[in-house]
Design a protein around this ligand. Sequence first.
Ligand code: PLP
Length: 226
Amino acid sequence: MDKLIGNLNKLLSEVEEAKYRYSVKYDVGLVAAGKFRSTEELKTVFSTGKIEAIGENRVQEFREKYTPDMTWDMIGQLQTNKVKYVVGKVRLIQSLDRIALAEEIQKTAEKRGVVQQCLVEINSGSEENKGGIEAEELKEFVKRMQDFPNIKLRGVMAVAPRGIGETQLEKCFLKARDAFRSIDFSDNFDILSMGMSEDFSVAIKCGSNLIRPGRILFDGASSIIK
Ligand SMILES: *Cc1c(COP(=O)(O)O)cnc(C)c1O
């Protein structure tokens, strides 16, 4: 577990470095992508107080690992029939990407008397078979959310395609950032979740204020093959 703390500290200093390099003055938060990691590992990183939440991809895995003494985000594609397992338990559903999903979240949140915070997922590389709406659709999508009083939109999440060059990567992130900034929602629409192990520096350069590292945190930098 000492190795894990070492990885975390190294990552934190790399985040600081990127912030300095790109003159970023605001905080950049961390969500630890917890897929395939043990509860033990998750507890170790969470107990440092240096990460905001554990991000889980699959509801099944989330249910197996969930304990209320940690903060959780849902970061993977969410099926409507699984919504009942996460509403009110996760800080953020980062992967809100369709109206049918919003309807289900609304229904469940209303029944439970909670307001569920969500991020709208943007498919920044316009990849087929990937979740997320097109950046151009964000404004309309946000407008539609006014019909869902038990959903509170906090911002945008984007996953960039893997294995693309840095120029393309920046293009994807900037597209998501511009869409995010085009929403004039004074009301706490302030989270831009972009960046994983391979691309968090570029994401920070492009305005991310919440990164979602997995491998670089749990396995160390040596596991990252670009
Ligand atoms: C797996 C995953 C991550 C973390 O990816 P790494 O490459 O391990 O850093 C971040 N976000 C989402 C949505 C993921 O599925």
